[in-house]
Ligand binder design. Structure first.
Ligand SMILES: Nc1ncnc2c1ncn2[C@@H]1O[C@H](COP(=O)(O)OP(=O)(O)O)[C@@H](O)[C@H]1O
Ligand SMILES: [Mg+2]
Length: 258
């Protein structure tokens, strides 16, 4: 079977800075893939290129065999900071994608209501972003990304602004939602345990230049719930990945943006 997402020899240069070098990756339909690595290793750049928000310097990104040339409704993006429109209700925010696509009729509205229920926001449709907690705002962002029924979901540290407990709840919620629709997911995080908990495979990026250093398969059974994080197998996988990037993370912390 052809890969859902096929990336070959992807490189990105920002002037003198080599942000990404020679990334090769094939993602199967329905796979949950995470990208971890130290600050500045090119995670966001990589995701933005797949999203079509940034152009690669060289290499190819094929989604269902088609070259990615710009943003499009086949890719849903969830950013770290919530970018909800404050003057729009929860429902109106979730409807932005269909509206832009010129499809905001009763069917889409019903679909958006269903998605808000799916992300646990039933009854909050007419609230405004300022009336919601951080976790609830990220749920709206997720519903909004799903509302365009994307082929692939791209998530850039979506839970990093949340407190630890909310974050764990969002991780299990995301898995529940993913089990229902089995979207292909590319998930960027700097938390290794989050990557291991969610993913089928974890891609470990290294910095200077940003590159794919290793790939770790996560053979933990699904469905997964939080007690899994205390098992020896889970802790062992986290530890294995941590050892791969430890030196890089220390260097990045010392010379942030140097
Ligand atoms: N638009 C840009 N112009 C110049 N340099 C950039 C730009 N975007 C990112 N960079 C640089 O590229 C490198 C990778 O950045 P980024 O993809 O944000 O890393 P990460 O998300 O892993 O922290 C960093 O050194 C960053 O400063
Ligand atoms: Mg980033």
């Amino acid at each position: 079977m052809a890969a859902k997402l096929a990336i070959t020899r992807l490189s990105k240069q920002f002037g003198e800075l080599e942000a990404l070098r020679g990334i090769d990756l094939a993602v199967e339909r329905g796979e949950f893939i995470s990208v971890v690595g130290p600050s500045g290793c090119g995670k966001t750049t990589f995701l933005r290129i797949v999203a079509g928000l940034e152009q690669a310097t060289s290499g190819d990104v094929l989604l269902d065999g088609q070259a990615v040339r710009g943003p499009s409704g086949d890719r849903g993006f969830v950013f770290q900071s919530d970018n909800l429109l404050p003057w729009r209700s929860v429902l109106a925010n979730a409807m932005i994608g269909p509206e832009i696509a010129g499809r905001a009729g009763p069917d889409e509205r019903r679909h958006a209501m269903g998605l808000l229920k799916l992300v646990g926001l039933e009854g909050f449709e007419h609230y405004y972003p300022r009336q919601l907690s951080g976790g609830m705002r990220q749920r709206v962002n997720l519903a909004r990304a799903l509302a365009i029924d994307p082929e692939i979901l791209l998530m850039d540290e979506p839970f990093s602004a949340l407190d630890a407990q909310t974050r764990e709840i969002m991780q299990t919620e995301l898995l529940r939602i993913w089990e229902e629709g089995r979207k292909t997911v590319l998930f960027v995080t700097h938390q290794i345990d989050e990557a291991v908990f969610l993913s089928d495979r974890v891609l470990v990026f290294a910095r200077r230049p940003g590159r794919l250093q290793a790939e770790v398969k996560i053979p933990l059974p699904r469905p997964r719930c939080l007690p899994l994080k205390r098992t020896g197998e889970f802790v062992g996988l986290v530890d294995q990945i941590w050892r791969m990037i430890e030196d890089d993370v220390r260097a990045a912390a010392l010379y942030e943006n140097a």
